[in-house]
Design a protein around this ligand. Structure first.
Ligand SMILES: CSCC[C@H](NC=O)C(=O)N[C@@H](CO)C(=O)O
Length: 725
């Protein structure tokens, strides 16, 4: 065999990482109003936001690029960049008004050493100035403004006179029982004055406040806030029941009130990130009397309500409570005037004949309606690609709008002009446009294909002995990324990456780490084992109770099938995964001792039984082990036993593979004690193990320095233990 040609020098690896991390990703696109030029041509500005890792500053930086698009009533005539990219700093949220005449920004900045939040208003028409800057922190009406995708929003009223946002409820200052008040002060301040200054609560200093878990730490009691622009007045909306947290809000037709999603606190707050299966409902609170009405059933989980342009209907996603954390959603519709709810697209158990596999997303794009309020656009995984689908709301028929390459993500649709981010494993994100009638996609600025990276989607049928008797005949897929030119046959090292979740999916899109590994000379196999999203609800359900066996078998089957191709060296196979992917990596090295020569596990689940009491989503452990979760009673001893039996720790005595663990100090989802438990078990058996500890990082280990340091260490660990150096 020829020696494998893999880049092993740390400086060269860092150089490759640096080069490929220069490609930004697209996070947002806004389409401005139609402007008629002095020559009669019609055009619109498109404002886009991109994000990029700045390795020197150790930050993800955001910048904007603007484009100009000339169009007639049916098609695009000309499109091109206008101006250069500009970095955006301090913006927490921003939104153009519906007419495009104003823009609101929530900005965070440090004034005289103190962090403050401001609500700023820019007026474009005639003046083009910053009109207002309101110090929200000084107003003391609420705590910090929510900027997250779960609750956060910044929404203009239809009349453009008010702004709506979500913030943490103001909490009275907690004071020690022994706080001394100078006598001269206590007598001079009357009660009214005390309330005005700041209400204080004695004895509450160390009271525990539940929050919404991983990545939503300190988000406990959100409130809906309204700024009256003319009067510079912020008020907190009344009428929202105390036992729910409101978010994802928008103005009701006619600005008579606010529609929002409310998540129940009972029995206690369970983690919400990646968990759209939490009991929640659509609500309407009216502005005058503060009367609150529940618009959806209350026995399911809902998200992403979007009002149609004609303001008659609200479309939203719905799934069942508890069960798998991510599932196939229903697309539901609430008619504002008849108050009737209908299911537009139902859950799909198995892919339809036309290939439609169901809706899998925890969020619809901020705008998703066609101009005539007859169709809704959804981008979501369909097997191993992210597709763009159009749904006819009167028939429920679903049609794909894309070709067969890579992944498509809808950023916005305005007056039927669709703005989409496209990418594939060898092509970083680029912007495409279409005005729906013809569906002829136009690329804005050239896409940059990386010619040395090759990829394919592979389909696998499990052998009969691996078939699931309850859900027979299911297949699965994997994405294989490998250098296009395999320099010498038979010696390509392979890194196997099962995704986390387990109910998530790897789609054929730009993945920085995989493209760097491929550029270094590795092949990467990302496996969408049965249980992944995008293959029908049956596929998801088939994994419940079978974690640690069905998923492990699928990954191993995919690996062994791929190795039959002559390109690979079966002695140079590594496995790497995060969270449930880390659970699988640890299972694979325990159940196939010696097969994998190196293992990497990011925040892995190693013992379901020891995790159930400490994760923010205890229901996950019970449900994945195959049982129903009830928050008010302890699992039966047999359930604890099953949780242990299905865990990687059960097989740790068989492990021969060196393991690198990367752990986040602040992980609420898979507490780092899980990784430490596994570390100790390996240490005790003298299996080579190294642990990297990332302070200030949560479950995703996604801070720029943690991610880049993690990448380098992972690459070097694999190089060392695959004996590539
Ligand atoms: C109790 S943690 C369960 C694993 C976790 N699932 C949901 O959060 C997981 O695997 N997360 C994935 C994303 O779904 C990850 O990569 O972090």
């Amino acid at each position: 065999l020829h020696p494998p040609s893999v880049v092993t020098n740390p400086e060269e690896i860092a150089k490759l990482y640096r080069e490929l991390s220069l490609y930004p990703s697209l996070s947002r696109a806004d389409v401005g109003p139609v402007i008629t030029s002095q020559y009669g041509g019609k055009y619109s500005n498109i404002y886009t936001e991109w994000s990029q890792r700045d390795l020197e500053r150790n930050e993800n930086v955001k910048f904007c690029r603007q484009y100009i698009v000339f169009h007639d009533d049916k098609s695009l005539v000309y499109s091109g960049a206008s101006g250069n990219c500009t970095e955006i700093r301090g913006e927490v949220l921003s939104k153009d008004s519906p007419s495009g005449e104003m823009k609101a920004v929530v900005r965070e900045c440090t004034v005289k050493g103190e962090e403050k939040q401001f609500l700023e208003l820019f007026v474009y028409i005639t003046k083009n100035i910053k009109m207002k800057s309101i110090n929200l922190t000084a107003l003391k009406k609420h705590g910090k403004v929510y900027e997250d995708e779960q609750f956060g929003c910044l929404v203009w009223s239809h009349s453009e006179t008010h702004l709506l946002y979500v913030a943490e409820k103001k909490r009275p200052k907690a004071e020690s029982f022994f706080q001394m008040v100078p006598p001269e002060l206590s007598s001079s301040i009357d009660e009214e004055e005390t309330t005005r200054l700041d209400r204080k609560e004695t004895g509450e200093q160390f009271a525990y406040h539940e929050d919404w878990g991983e990545a939503l730490v300190n988000k406990s009691c959100p409130v809906l806030c309204v700024l009256d622009i003319e009067g510079d007045n912020v008020s907190v909306l009344e009428g929202v029941p105390d036992d729910i947290s409101p978010g994802q809000a928008f103005w009701a037709p006619g600005d008579t009130g606010v529609v929002f999603v409310g998540w129940w606190h009972e029995p206690f707050r369970l983690g919400l990130k990646f968990c759209p299966n939490r009991r929640s409902s659509l609500f309407y609170v009216d502005l005058t009397g503060g009367k609150c009405e529940q618009l959806s059933s209350g026995s399911s989980a809902v998200c992403s309500p979007r009002l149609s342009p004609d303001q008659c209907r609200i479309i939203y996603l719905e799934c069942s409570v508890y069960g798998p954390h991510m599932q196939c959603s229903k697309l539901c519709m609430y008619d504002w005037y008849t108050k009737k709810t209908s299911v537009v697209v139902d859950e799909v158990k198995r892919s339809k004949e036309d290939g439609f596999a169901g809706i899998y997303c925890s969020q619809l794009s901020p705008k998703c309606w066609s101009a005539d309020s007859q169709r809704v656009l959804i981008s979501c995984p369909q097997r191993s690609r992210k597709d763009l689908l159009t749904v006819d709301i009167s028939t429920g028929s679903v049609t794909s709008l894309t070709s067969d390459i890579g992944s498509w993500c809808l950023l916005n649709i305005e007056r039927d002009l669709m703005v989409v981010s496209c990418s594939s494993p060898n092509c970083p994100p680029y912007l495409v446009l279409d005005s729906q009638e013809k569906v002829v996609w136009v690329t804005l600025e050239g896409s940059q294909m990386l010619p040395d990276i090759g990829w394919q989607i592979m389909t696998f049928t499990p052998p009969p002995e691996h078939d699931n008797s309850q859900y027979p005949g299911l297949d699965f897929e994997a994405l294989l990324i490998k250098p296009k030119e395999v320099k010498a046959e038979g010696n390509l090292p392979l890194i196997v990456i099962p995704h986390g979740g387990p109910h998530s999916v790897i789609v054929a899109e730009w993945i920085l780490s995989s493209s760097v590994l491929c550029s270094m000379g590795f092949a990467v196999l990302l496996v969408n084992y049965r249980g992944s999203l995008g293959f029908g609800q049956d596929n998801i359900l088939s994994l419940l109770g079978n974690v640690g066996s069905q998923d492990v078998k699928d990954v191993q089957f995919a690996v062994e099938s791929v190795l039959k191709n002559g390109d690979f060296d079966g002695q140079k196979v590594a496995v790497s995964g995060g969270s449930h992917g880390g659970f699988l990596a640890c299972h694979l090295i325990g159940q196939h001792p010696g097969f994998y020569k190196a293992c990497v596990a990011r925040n892995p689940v190693t013992n379901l039984a020891s995790m159930v009491g400490s994760t923010d989503i205890p229901d996950w452990c019970v449900v994945e082990a195959g049982y129903d979760y009830s928050p008010d009673c302890l699992p039966e001893p047999s359930v604890w036993e099953q949780m242990l039996n299905k865990s990687p720790i059960k097989h740790v005595t068989q492990v021969q593979t060196p393991v690198l663990l990367t752990l986040g100090e602040d992980d609420k989802r898979v507490p780092n004690k899980q990784g430490i438990e596994y570390y100790k078990a390996l240490k005790a058996r003298q299996i080579p193990v190294r642990l990297l500890w990332y302070p200030g990082n949560n479950h995703s280990l996604s801070k720029v320095d943690a991610e880049s340091d993690g990448f380098m260490n992972i690459a070097l660990w694999i190089i060392q233990h695959l004996s590539l150096r």
